[in-house]
Design a protein. Structure first.
Ligand SMILES: Nc1ncnc2c1ncn2[C@@H]1O[C@H](COP(=O)(O)OP(=O)(O)OP(=O)(O)O)[C@@H](O)[C@H]1O
Ligand SMILES: Nc1ncnc2c1ncn2[C@@H]1O[C@H](COP(=O)(O)OP(=O)(O)OP(=O)(O)O)[C@@H](O)[C@H]1O
Ligand SMILES: [Mg+2]
Ligand SMILES: [Mg+2]
Lengths: 310, 282, 503, 310
């Protein structure tokens, strides 16, 4: 029974253990409410990208264009601002443009059955080129309407605004995947494409929708990141690719066996954010941090496997 | 003339500014310039230099490349009789001319300025990226100056992750502020991006904190922060426009059959502070 | 005594799969292992192959106590297995699949492909002369995959015991016949065979002895001679066989499914056929005859250029399976693992996937309700007597026959106009098969048109009001009424290969 | 028939078409024997990494530590040189160290059945940290014994030395995967792990061997890269991650449907190398290059899908 619980929630226990360990090691800094709230802000962008990736992975596919789309979103919104497009319209244009790229990937992957790895890598390369062209390769700064920064900075109702974004996106994605028929279709496609197809699930439109939503979330993160740091860099999203997948894959080991799921992804993103926050606060050097981070992640997934009777 | 600009760092601000400035200089002279970037990848850079040599342009411009990192390829270009102009790189026998601000000196200047501003003693946070040879030189400059200031101590050092250096710097600084509270006197940023991140962290976490930030590059966002009387107090601006202009001038000379003035030409850096921007902060 | 199993017990979280099984097998005999779906047959087999560790009891080989810890140990004992679920490497050809996990013939360090083939061919000739040895398994029909598994088990030297878990479930009489001969030949050479099947007639025909399991316990064992079908059923189910009264055949009504000039077959042929309300049309043929392909074409899972498919006068485009479902059509695929079940999802989800609107919290909101999902699963469980722990368990925790019932249950509760069945009772026990047949008849009586491919002659004869026979992708006979006799059917099924030989 | 050939070799045709197009566009530079030979040199490192990845993917797994191992190999060999270790011994030490990391990943993935994506990402992070520690985060120059450069530079028997490395590694890997029992076992594991297990294939040692070989090839590339450019950077291998997977996935669409295979991988690596060589020679700017590269890769995989009758 005990080992059963461990098998199912091992990675979650690991997270609790990590938090507890840091809280003991550094009660004055790590364990303060202020810092814990700050972690939610630091993890929010990663969490939103990862939730987007979760949608695509529920349908059994990869989207490697994600990172490029984050950069694209940031650059395009700055270009639109600079061109004098009002903020709300600019947001809509960016989301639509990203959605089109996503839908395009989804179409190629599902209609022509090209491996999503190659297809999205190619689309990502194209998006990257477009982003560089838009910005001439430069970091874009200035021209941001003051109201816009506020969507990514400051506090709202007692929590950082970015934390609210994360909460909102996560709840929406969770409803979408776990409560709505659309989600069941995606999981069916991801679990056994052929069986889903023969049971009347329409593969192409559903896959396209998953990719489009994921792309839109990536572009949203690009815009929020721009708001957060006040400028946009054409490779600014590059760091999210592997970390987002790490979060999702970590999450696949929690709650549900081998299925990408939103609560799991959040646990994954939290683990990553907590480790880097905690180690920095403890004053561990960056290089050692890498080694420790890798080891903790391994331990977090192993705990569960070892807990599980073979 | 056909001129190909090659660099691994086009999305970094100084490199990009130099490339664009050089292209503008080229346009003035009617050159056909192409920019090739290899996204931080030196293996790729070597291959692209080879391709460029095969395509026989009239000149090659390398930006932010230590020529020793691609020695064979630069030698091949020289052997093919293609002049190689280096901006912000290193001089060498296969390099026609290297126009640069000495990165080591930049590091020294920044450190001296910063240490003076905190009265020669205190705790600093160091943001660095030693994987970039130029930036690494600045760090060596810091080490040199530190020897003269025994009362300055590096309380924390953070290797800045690229891509995404601003947000990485911001998150690290947020965490340092939790760790040290007010016990930080200054931030030493090997390039402006993490310094900008540190300022953003201060704004959200501890707007009343006393520490100051200084960086290198003259990044527009950093200059804006200096002008707004934030914690960001100075940045060393390499004169990219001037470097590009000198590089283009020298190349013009060579293409016309002349000689370069010298194998290495230094362009002094400019310190940007609230004073030089004409604002007074208190 | 080659193999003796005593009081074997095994529990899977709460489910008692084995509850004191006894089994004795002598060399040179064919031993039938029988039991209802979920009785524990496959679990028993897995303990012999080292895939499942029993909780209690003992296994003796040649009188000596053995703990079989893994697949390789079982192989070393001379045990060979055909597991119930097909497990082939999809990219590998039949020849390559036969050597997975086995020593390869080599020239120097290099694999000798010619020798590999040479070692597979004799076994293949014996049981499956038509099997395409160089086709990747992923592109084979279910029946062909089953034949590969059989060839694989028969090919090796040094086998002392060959266990076959429902090897004939997707074979038609022709192939099954060849397998029976091969099994007898093996027994004659002194090899012991454990033969699991729900086709009692074949058990009675080829086995020497039998053992019957019920609820994980041995309820009877003995010699086949003098045993009747009724005896076996009594041991399996605990009661007499209940034969539902054959319902009166329904008069065919309006046409429901109409195929006209649908391009089909190897040589540019085409198919036209009509299935009417109340009709059950049986589709028979040998492995690879093209039955499943035709059904998939009808279901819209494959593309066709030209030809027309109409359901109730509505023309349907290829690829639009959802439209067919909306028009009241239903489909039970042949390969439950590959084409039927989404194994990561719960049983309840699997039962709902084709008709998510049936489990909405509110008719207008596309929100799936957990309560409705579970209620629906429980209703179907009762209707089809599916043995399962909970609606939220994964389908792979069910026995093979019970998994098959899930595919059937998926369509429960809908008004069905056209029912397309591909081997609907594959691996289902005698009782459940009768239940499934009753349901099919009932649906037909309510006005559904049924198109059913089956390899099981009994099933074909029991249900069909009309029989179509295919061979090599071509329709070779259409039989109705008194013409539906096994001899004519089998002759038509072989028609294609006869023609080939004549040429 | 025609469409069948197209379905099977479409991506190969695409490569031929690409080469032909560049040869026509730039006969004087692209089409010269010298340049074509130079392409083989330029692609060699990517090809070797990709061949290593092919081994792991034949067993149905991912190895995201690859890029870190390239950097690790380059840095460690320089550190050993600087410490005065003789070159041959240094090579052996580097390969062994990388092999251990690989075997460790393989063990975690196969024995504990942790998803290879998380496990190797964690191992890659650890390797990255070790690499940074070894080099103190800096680019390492100098200290290289002159004989060492020669393993990666210059010409041997009329071809660039690196080209020979690529040929040698590819032939060896091809023999390993296609001619030897070991390869059959890997493909069996990759094709249907459960079937392989049921048939008695020993999953753990075979998977460990595949990961170890792949890691050793990555480290070899790190050393060759160091020889080629004369310095080692702690993130120098980063560029290989996505490109290597792109090559392997491109290759999975050639020759064999959906199976990673060595000849296919070489075709994939060639496509990538030819495109960037050709576009650079034609003087296309990087930003446009990205867009064109992405489009050509998409076209190369689609050609085959469209050729294939549905
Ligand atoms: N891995 C498992 N986890 C949980 N329960 C299991 C598992 N495997 C088998 N069972 C249960 O054990 C019981 C026996 O199953 P088994 O597969 O041995 O039946 P069987 O006699 O082979 O039936 P069938 O004729 O349908 O193939 C069933 O109730 C099944 O649900
Ligand atoms: N996915 C596929 N790709 C290529 N050929 C296939 C595929 N599926 C089936 N075939 C071929 O089509 C022919 C008809 O197959 P089909 O599945 O319709 O036969 P079947 O009569 O249902 O046989 P079985 O009893 O084995 O299921 C066979 O010769 C088979 O090799
Ligand atoms: Mg069974
Ligand atoms: Mg069939």
């Amino acid at each position: 029974m005990m080992s059963d619980l461990f098998g199912k929630y091992g990675t979650l226990f690991a997270l609790i253990l990590i938090v507890a360990a840091f809280a003991v090691a550094s009660p004055g800094a790590f364990g303060t409410p202020g810092n814990l709230i700050n972690i939610t802000q630091q993890m929010s962008l990663l969490a939103i990208v990862s939730v987007g990736v979760t949608l695509v992975m529920a349908a059994g596919e990869f989207d490697l264009a994600t990172a490029s789309l984050v950069s694209f979103g940031g650059i395009l919104v700055m270009v639109l601002f600079a061109a004098g497009v009002p903020a709300p319209l600019a947001f809509v244009i960016v989301l639509m443009a990203a959605g089109c790229f996503g839908a395009f990937s989804g179409f190629i992957v599902s209609h022509f059955q090209v491996l999503s790895f190659v297809a999205t890598l190619a689309v990502g390369t194209i998006v990257g080129g477009v982003t560089f062209m838009l910005s001439d390769g430069a970091t874009l700064f200035g021209g941001m309407p003051p109201g816009v920064r506020d969507i990514a900075r400051g506090w709202t109702f007692g929590l950082p605004t970015l934390t609210w974004w994360m909460i909102g996106v996560s709840v929406a994605a969770w409803l979408l995947l776990d409560k709505i028929e659309f989600g069941r279709r995606l999981y069916a496609i991801g679990g056994n494409r052929e069986a889903a197809r023969l049971a009347g699930v329409r593969i192409v439109p559903n896959t396209m929708a998953a990719f489009a939503l994921s792309a839109m979330l990536a572009a949203l993160v690009g815009m929020l990141l721009t708001g957060r740091i006040g400028s946009a860099n054409p490779t600014g999203g590059g760091g999210y690719l592997l970390t987002a997948y790490a979060a999702v894959f970590l999450g696949m080991t929690v709650f549900r066996d081998g299925e990408a799921n939103v609560p799991g992804t959040l646990v994954g993103a939290t683990i990553i954010a907590v480790i880097s926050n905690g180690l920095t606060i403890l004053g561990v050097s960056t290089f050692l941090q890498d080694i420790i981070t890798g080891s903790i992640i391994l331990a977090a997934v192993l705990v569960r496997r070892i807990g599980k009777a073979k | 003339a056909d001129v190909t600009i090659l660099t691994p760092y086009i999305s970094s601000i100084p490199t990009n500014e130099m490339a664009q400035a050089f292209k503008a200089e080229g346009d003035k002279r009617g050159w056909n310039t192409t920019i090739i970037d290899t996204r931080n990848d030196f293996g790729q850079l070597a291959s692209r230099i080879e391709d460029t040599v095969n395509a026989r342009p009239d000149a090659i411009v390398l930006i932010s490349v230590d020529h020793a990192q691609v020695g064979d390829q630069v030698a091949a270009a020289a052997a093919a009789g293609i002049p190689v102009v280096s901006l912000d790189g290193t001089a060498g026998k296969d390099v026609t001319v290297n126009v640069t601000s000495n990165n080591f000196d930049l590091g020294v200047m920044l450190s001296e300025e910063l240490f003076k501003a905190i009265g020669g003693k205190g705790k600093i946070v160091k943001f660095y990226h030693s994987a970039h040879p130029g930036v690494h030189q600045r760090e060596l400059g810091l080490d040199e100056v530190l020897k003269k200031y025994p009362d300055v101590r590096i309380a924390a050092a953070h290797f800045v992750k690229v891509p995404g250096p601003i947000d990485d710097g911001r998150i690290a600084m947020e965490n340092f502020l939790r760790q040290f509270g007010d016990d930080i006197d200054a931030v030493w940023a090997a390039f402006d991006d993490p310094g900008i991140g540190a300022e953003l962290a201060a704004e959200s976490e501890r707007p009343d904190a006393k520490f100051i930030i200084m960086g290198i590059d003259g990044n527009a966002q950093a200059v804006d922060m200096i002008k707004s009387c934030t914690h960001f107090k100075a940045t060393l601006r390499q004169d990219f426009g001037k470097m590009a202009a000198i590089g283009a001038e020298q190349l013009d000379e060579v293409l016309g059959g002349g000689k370069v003035d010298s194998g290495e030409i230094y362009v002094p850096a400019v310190m940007i502070t609230p004073q030089t921007l004409g604002v007074t902060c208190n | 005594m080659l193999l003796e199993v005593r009081h074997l017990g095994k529990r899977f979280d709460g489910v008692r799969a084995l509850d004191g099984v006894d089994l004795s097998v002598v060399a040179g005999s064919v031993h039938g292992l029988l039991g209802e779906n979920g009785a524990g047959k496959s679990t028993l087999i897995k303990t012999l192959s080292g895939l499942v560790t029993p909780d209690s009891g003992e296994i003796r080989v040649d009188g000596a106590l053995r703990g079989i810890a893994g697949v390789r140990e079982a192989e070393a004992l001379g045990f060979r297995f055909i597991h119930q679920e097909l497990s082939l490497v999809p990219h590998f050809t039949a020849v390559e699949n036969c050597f997975v996990g086995r020593p390869y013939p080599r020239r120097g360090p290099v694999i000798d492909r010619a020798a590999m083939r040479a070692r597979v061919e004799p076994a293949a000739r014996l049981v499956a002369p038509d099997l395409p040895l160089d086709l990747p398994a992923g592109r084979m029909t279910t029946g062909q995959k089953q034949l590969v598994e059989i060839v694989r088990a028969l090919m090796t030297d040094g086998a002392r015991l060959i266990v076959m878990d429902e090897p004939t479930a997707s074979l038609s009489d022709g192939e099954a016949e060849r397998l029976h001969r091969a099994v007898r030949a093996l027994a004659a050479q002194g090899v012991a065979v454990i033969f699991i099947s729900h086709r009692l007639d074949e058990v009675l025909a080829i086995c020497d002895r039998y053992t019957v399991l019920r609820n994980g316990r041995t309820t009877g064992t003995g010699g086949i001679v003098g045993t009747t079908r009724a005896d076996l059923i009594r041991l399996m189910s605990g009661h007499e066989e209940r034969r539902p009264a054959p319902s009166a055949p329904v008069a065919p009504g309006r046409p429901v499914l109409e195929l006209s000039d649908l391009p089909f077959g190897p040589s540019g042929g085409s198919v036209s056929l009509t299935v009417r309300e109340g009709e059950i049309v049986g589709l028979y043929g040998l492995v690879g005859a093209g039955r499943s392909s035709l059904l998939k074409l009808v279901w819209g899972a494959r593309h066709h250029a030209g030809g027309r498919i109409r359901i109730d006068d509505v023309e349907l485009a290829p690829g639009r399976i959802d439209r067919r479902i909306a028009a009241g059509a239903a489909y039970v695929p042949e390969d439950r693992r590959g084409e039927g079940l989404v194994t990561q999802r719960s049983i309840a989800d699997n039962l709902a996937i084709a008709d998510l609107s049936a489990v909405r919290t509110h008719a207008r909101l596309p929100v799936a309700s957990a309560r409705m999902l579970s209620a629906r699963a429980m209703a179907i469980r009762d209707q089809l007597s599916i043995k399962m722990a909970s609606p939220w368990a994964k389908p792979l925790t069910l026995s093979g026959g019970n998994q098959q019932k899930l595919l059937f249950g998926r369509w429960s509760g809908r008004k069905i106009r056209l029912l397309i069945l591909d081997e609907p009772s594959r691996g289902v026990d005698v009782g459940a098969k009768a239940e499934i047949h009753a349901i099919v008849r009932q649906l037909a009586a309510q006005g559904a048109a049924v198109l059913m491919a089956t390899s099981d002659m009994d099933e074909l004869l029991a249900l069909s009001s009309r029989v179509l026979v295919m061979a090599g992708g071509v329709m070779t006979a259409e039989l109705a009424g008194d013409d539906i006799v096994p001899k004519t059917i089998v002759a038509a099924a072989f028609a294609h290969s006869d023609r080939k030989e004549q040429r």
